[in-house]
Ligand binder design. Structure first.
Ligand code: ZN
Length: 290
């Protein structure tokens, strides 16, 4: 354990949360297909502190699933995610984008999730300066932020690794995310820090220090040295090259004390395994290498 790590997880994983993407629940046709109830029971049995769901598995059952998580002694830490708000993969024109954005906020509120993750979407077609896309993004977030605030939902803008800069994100560093937060100026908007997206950034500690209380989430996985797929080959913590304890020490130095959610997209490895084995491994690695 490094000297700067604030929290000792070696004998306590109450700060551990499962993002159900780790079981393949973010994509149709992947994983073992467990119901939310099976996930909740298995996490509770193992002492997880919380769960993050994906919209496709919640459907119309937000309230029911949220209540069940809390009855099991855990928190609904977050919901993934808003639609893409900019770029080539948006769900339609401005009104369609905003309608789906509001629907994702309603679902987060129904679940009792404190955080809704924003994955921005890529640069706007034919609009080359990235900052112009970020301005459109900021305008759309500004339209939705008060609606979210009324419903007790915080919005966490997640910078994605630059490998996704073509079509999935126009925000690639924590510093960029903070600039968008400043453009919006909403008290319920902050950033989500995901190891997969930020591990390479040597300026990260400075950006995190600037973020301070605006850090709304911390996501764990690892970057595999010989990764075979930029989207669906994330590593289990400890199997890759990311300085997990170093990043956590920077996140905690900035003041973050929230749950740490494990989010591993792994179609050829972890999604092929029994969910029970995956959940046990996550606990073990969380205590030993995170
Ligand atoms: Zn993430």
């Amino acid at each position: 354990m490094g000297p700067d790590i604030v929290r000792d997880f070696s004998n306590d994983h109450s700060a551990l949360a499962l993002n159900t993407a780790t079981l393949g629940h973010n994509l149709e046709g992947h994983g073992a297909g467990w119901s939310p109830e099976q996930v909740i029971d298995a996490c509770a049995e193992r002492g997880y502190g919380g769960i993050v769901f994906w919209r496709r598995e919640v459907g119309t059952r937000a309230q029911e699933i949220g209540d069940r998580v809390r009855a099991a002694g855990m928190q609904v830490v977050g919901l993934c995610r808003t639609p893409f708000l900019t770029g080539p993969l948006v769900p339609g024109g401005h009104d369609a984008i905003m309608d789906d954005f509001f629907a994702s906020i309603d679902m987060a509120a129904g679940l009792g999730a404190s955080v809704l993750t924003i994955v921005t979407g890529g640069p706007e077609p034919r609009l080359k300066p990235l900052i112009e896309s970020q301005k459109i993004l900021a305008d759309r977030i500004a339209l939705a932020a008060p609606y979210a605030a009324e419903r007790g939902v915080n919005l966490a803008l997640e910078p994605l690794n630059p490998v996704y800069g073509g079509n999935r994100t126009c925000v690639m560093t924590v510093a960029d995310a903070l600039r968008v937060c400043d453009m919006v100026g909403a008290p319920n908007l902050g950033v989500a820090v995901d190891v997969y997206h930020v591990w390479w950034d040597t300026t990260l500690p400075d950006a995190l220090a600037k973020a301070g209380q605006r850090i709304l989430g911390y996501h764990l996985c690892d970057w595999l040295a010989d990764t075979s797929d930029m989207l669906l080959d994330r590593g289990m913590m400890g199997d890759g090259v990311a300085d997990l304890k170093g990043i956590r020490s920077a996140v905690e130095a900035a003041g973050y004390r929230g749950l740490c959610e494990v989010e591993i997209f792994s179609s050829q490895n972890w999604w092929q395994r029994e969910p029970t084995e995956v959940l046990d491994t996550v606990v073990d690695r969380f205590r030993s290498v995170c």
